[in-house]
Write a protein that binds this ligand. Sequence first.
Ligand code: G16
Length: 547
Amino acid sequence: MSDLHIESIKKFSELHPKPTELHFQYGTAGFRTLGSTLDSVVFRVGLLAGLRSKKLDGRTIGVMVTASHNPEQDNGVKLVDPRGEMLEASWEAYATSVANAPTTDALIDALQTLVQTVKIDLSKPAKVVYARDTRPSGPALISALEDGFKALGVEARDAGVTTTPILHYLVKAINTKGSKESYGEDSEEGYFRKLSEAFKKLIAGKAKPEPLVIDCANGVGALAAAKFAEYLGDTLPISLVNTSISSPGALNNACGADFVKTMQRLPSGLGDLLKPGQRACSLDGDADRLMYYYLDERGSFHMLDGDKISTLVATFIVDLVRLAGLDSEIKVGVVQTAYANGASTKYLAARLPVKCVPTGVKHLHHAAEHYDIGVYFEANGHGTVLFSQSTQDKFAKHEPSTPAQSTALNHLVNLTQLINQTVGDALSDMLLVEVVLAHKSYTGIEWNSLYADLPNRLVKVVVADRNAFKTEDAERRLVSPSGLQARIDELVRKYEGGRSFVRPSGTEDVVRVYAEATNKTQADELAFRVAGLVYDEAGGDPSRRPK
Ligand code: G16
């Protein structure tokens, strides 16, 4: 075994000291906090990425610098494993301890402990591909990351400014290059070509759709969506709004998928643009979440969120599997979280298996891998569809006995190409939705009528310590602070069709409260009353109590 490059790591580490007063945690979406505090963390993630690659025999690891839906001043960094999926859970604790080592010497100790604990052969090569979103703090953080690579002698490829899902795609494409499981050409162009060709095949012969309006959240999705517009040409007329990627303060501000989901209203910039019934959608800051919506004749807003996308897509795929004559061999299942609207769960569970897991794509992704075809979407619009390798092999071997079976089989194969199976991808999901709408000849109105959402409300509560809130049962119940769940239960019983849960956010310093009831006023009231209980429990300032 060769050595850790101790002298080199020491030299670079001195340039990136850890702020003494801060504690960092590798959470739901990697490290995520104020961008101005992340220099040492990102440098150390450069080292970690190199070690992770060495541990995996020199396979390429991804690093994405983004804070996705968070406000512009936040930033973050996450690691992507070789198949394009989130970092293996056991490494999250190593990442946290490396990020929190208070001094350079302590950092060297933490790295050496990691090398010994997971038995890393340091003579192996280290390869990394990395990218960032459009945040102003991005370039400086990328320099810190590159110092980490230099310190460890990592062979690093800069993928520039791009979306999180494209980075995940690149990781998988690089690692499968030349193999029978090749995921595609390992370039951005390869990604755009692969998806747009599959899209064109899937909508061949269908009526030309009405133009789709895309709110790009003033983020990196604007660049990728503009590229898609070129590749797709007339097959999908697109109109882009909120594309100001260099206007200070614009990112995710009153626009984007998180704003639409939380506020349940149009993002800014679309008001005068939308005709009644016209489809529009919002991406988030790194284009991994998608939210659809439309205005009706009276100008009322209707949201088609992750649950509606999941329902649309899962039922379409189930039908194709049956039409292809594969329904006895291939089972489709759906994964949701506690945020899934109760009406969506009821609709889906009557038709196919549905599982509920904690928030965070990594949990949904792993659960979806247990199905032959696993459809997973968080209500916030983050999700994708996974086709197991054996399912894809069955598609390749299956001999259709009728032209209708053959057509359905071709559609399934093309879907495996259209869908970014590494992670939720707003633009890939958008093309998927457009395919289903074209096949079913649905407008947003028909899609929305599959089931009626139960009125719901999401509220954030700022508390002194969100870690005091612990949950069980896929985050549907609180175990601490003790006694709080009983008080929530008592309140929920007073509301017809009431449901509510409380969980600490993994990406922001807040506690989230979700509530549903049979009418909107009651859902709002329940959410705010539960938020009040949370606030009182956490001992907050009465003047900032949620109302
Ligand atoms: C991230 C995760 C999502 C999660 C979301 C909100 O999204 O990737 O899976 O739903 O955070 O998490 P929380 O409620 O714990 O803050 P993104 O789009 O910000 O990367």
